[in-house]
Design a protein around this ligand. Structure first.
Ligand SMILES: N[C@@H](CCC(=O)N[C@@H](CS)C(=O)NCC(=O)O)C(=O)O
Length: 234
């Protein structure tokens, strides 16, 4: 197997970045992870002091978000990748034999469709609006803020319902095909946000089954341990 470059992954425990960690473990790819924190201006910086918020924005993530993913090649050249679906797709391409991006061309398209949907609908205009309305409106206007939060919650529920309906329809073991893919991996952290906000996630029965199966895997156990989060279903 060819030598891999060095990977440094920037995260915040329990944030969407968790999908990247779970994928790294599913694929058994070695990496270094760096926790992040907010500086005095509420911008993300490396918690170990290795990067200020400005350096993080310049070198890792132009929007000061997690996940941040930096590749250091053997000659010292560095590249960064942003956006969860892009990082996940890159990782899956390193170990194509694991089929994490899907095994056939059709599965690959379906996996991509789900991870883009999760990023855009469920995370972006769903959780993004609900948790971070300031991304959408001037939150000094409370009426506007509330309106965006309500819209966000509606989008979140619609996306979970859509996923559940598709799972009921397909009857499959996993979201796409007969083995774990990036779609399942990404869906894992998004499920726990719903639990944290009391959205009655158990009513999404098929989705809950998939998350339970993931939760029992070594990859998920390691992920929670490393992010110092409690085990979920035990
Ligand atoms: N479109 C980005 C969204 C990333 C994102 O929203 N990350 C959140 C954590 S889940 C974040 O860094 N929030 C910090 C902030 O809003 O300041 C992706 O898919 O990677």
């Amino acid at each position: 197997m060819a030598t891999l470059p060095d990977f440094t992954f920037y995260y915040s425990p329990g944030a969407c970045s968790q999908a990247v960690r779970l994928a790294l473990h599913e694929l058994s790819i070695p990496f270094k992870s760096v926790n992040t924190r907010r500086d005095a201006n509420h911008k993300i910086e490396a918690a170990d002091g290795s990067l200020t918020a400005e350096e993080y924005r310049d070198q890792v993530h132009h929007k000061n978000y997690v996940p941040g993913f930096v590749i250091t090649f053997p000659d010292g050249h560095k590249e960064s990748i942003t956006e969860t679906p892009a990082i996940l797709s890159y990782l899956a391409s390193i170990r194509p034999e694991k089929g994490l991006a899907g095994k056939t061309e059709l599965e690959k398209a379906k996996v991509l469709s789900w991870i883009v949907y999760f990023a855009g609908e469920l995370h972006g205009i769903g959780w993004g609006a609900f948790i971070a309305p300031k991304r959408f409106v001037d939150v000094s206007d409370k009426r506007l803020e509330e309106g965006v939060k309500e819209g966000g919650l509606r989008n979140i529920k619609a996306a979970y319902e859509h996923l559940e309906k598709q799972l009921q329809k397909s009857g499959g073991e996993w979201i796409v095909g007969d083995s774990v893919t990036l779609a399942d991996v990404y869906s894992y952290v998004l499920y726990w946000w719903g639990v944290k906000h009391d959205l009655g996630m158990e009513k999404y029965e098929r989705y809950t089954e998939i998350v339970k199966k993931l939760d029992a895997r070594e990859s998920a156990k390691k992920t929670l341990q490393e992010e110092e989060l409690p085990a979920h279903f035990q």
